[in-house]
Design a protein. Structure first.
Length: 419
């Protein structure tokens, strides 16, 4: 039966962006605030320079999203542990490609592209505007500050290392960093408050302050869908096993929902939920997500936490209440044996039940590095076994079976498939 929403999506795009930035920080596994700390330091430097509130907010947002091209824990480890990793430009290129065609965030694209380019090389690039160069280099500077500080956040001993961090940055003036920006950073970071704001409680306060300071920005469904697709691409890039998984799940879930009489508005929201359903997987270490053998008990528990992480990311977005539930429930089972909430069939909205079937269907139909995707008949046979065991809803599977060629095409949007 159709969902019960009135169909409107009254959402502040800034709030969505800030919430989804949590997904980027999950890549740090045990350190989940890198982007926010970089943004906070950039904003502090902007205030020290007397920049406008608008530019301060821009630099905070740039810092928060600068690593939008990082999906894997391997890349994150290199970026945090090495001052100048030789392969750092790769994630800058990816971030630029993700942002440049999304109008609300397109102004961030070029600074993201150059945020690991040394100052002495950056100023020699004639195509880079001075404003872009300064924005990018400020992010590079405070990003390296956070990398130097990262080993000292736990245990409350950061202040003991501040002098050494400041000396390291000063030593790279004129080479890695603009001398003017180094002076600005040194002036802004004299106070203990500059560093104490980087602790978890301080960062949450900074985030709330910046969200309130920035102007609300209403979002169209098309913008929300495009933003969700950007983040789905970040998730799907994490593993060679999951290329286009989120996109295929979203398309198939909407395809099934339309054929089950779900309202057009809820079909649109379900597509967004499908794009975002695996956000929590960004916190799973690469070696677990890509493990060719079966997972042990501890690894399985870590994997099973990903849908709750998705819930945590989305739950504070006003207007996303249903999207949040549908995305977070995609591993719940009708008999209550699913995870992470152990809900029973009667507690599961139709849209969540559809998303579960779409998730399983797409995973079976998708090509993986170690096997070809299953045929439509084989996918249905697998789902029929789950129906018999009470793990998915028969009616949803029947809808897919009624037009298996259409279902396969929806599940594999970039591949022409003959069922």
């Amino acid at each position: 039966m159709p969902g019960t929403s009135n169909g409107s999506l009254d959402v502040d795009l800034r709030q969505v962006v800030y919430a989804l930035s949590d997904a980027l920080d999950l890549v740090g596994i045990d350190d989940v605030a890198h982007g926010k700390r970089v943004g906070a330091m950039a904003a502090s430097c902007a205030r020290e320079a007397g920049l406008s509130d608008a530019e301060t907010t821009f630099l905070f947002d740039l810092g928060m999203l600068h690593d939008i091209g990082v999906s894997t824990t391997t890349v994150h480890r290199h970026l945090v542990s090495e001052f100048d990793w030789e392969s750092s430009q790769g994630h800058c290129d990816i971030g630029y490609a993700l942002l440049r065609d999304f109008a609300p965030l397109a102004a961030l694209a070029e600074p993201v592209l150059y945020h690991h380019t040394r100052w002495d090389r950056l100023v020699a690039l004639p195509a880079v505007a001075p404003e872009t160069a300064e924005r990018a280099n400020l992010i590079y500077l405070v990003d390296r500050v956070d990398a130097l500080a990262a080993p000292h956040y736990s245990g409350g001993g950061l202040l003991m290392h501040v002098a050494a961090i400041r000396d390291t940055i000063a030593a790279h003036a004129g080479s890695y960093f603009s001398p003017r920006l180094v002076e600005l950073f040194l002036a802004a970071s004299v106070s203990e408050a500059f560093w104490l704001q980087l602790e978890p409680r301080g960062i949450q306060a900074v985030l709330q302050e910046m969200l309130e300071q920035g102007k609300a920005c209403s979002a169209s469904h098309a913008e929300l869908n495009q933003l969700a697709e950007i983040f789905s691409r970040i998730v799907d890039a994490k593993s060679p096993f999951t290329a286009e998984h989120s996109l295929g799940v979203a398309r198939l879930a909407r395809w099934i929902a339309e054929r089950m009489g779900v309202s057009p508005a809820n079909c649109e929201k379900l597509e967004i939920a499908g794009l975002l359903h695996d956000l929590g997987k960004l916190r799973i270490p690469d070696e677990i997500l890509d493990k060719p053998a079966g997972l042990d008990a501890g690894e399985r528990l870590m994997m099973n936490a990903h849908s709750f992480e998705t819930f945590q990311i989305l739950r504070h977005i006003r207007g996303f209440e249903e999207i949040t539930r549908w995305a977070a429930y995609h591993h719940e089972e009708p008999d209550g044996s699913g995870y992470p909430f152990r809900l029973h069939g009667a507690s599961l909205p139709l849209e969540a039940r559809i998303l579960r079937v779409a998730d399983i269907f797409q995973a079976m139909a998708q090509d993986r590095p170690y096997r070809k995707g299953l045929s439509g008949e084989a996918v249905l046979a697998f789902l029929d076994r789950l129906v018999a065991d009470g793990r998915v809803e028969a009616e949803i599977v029947r809808v897919a079976a009624a037009d298996i060629a259409g279902a396969m095409a929806a599940a594999r949007p970039s591949t022409a498939v003959n069922a």
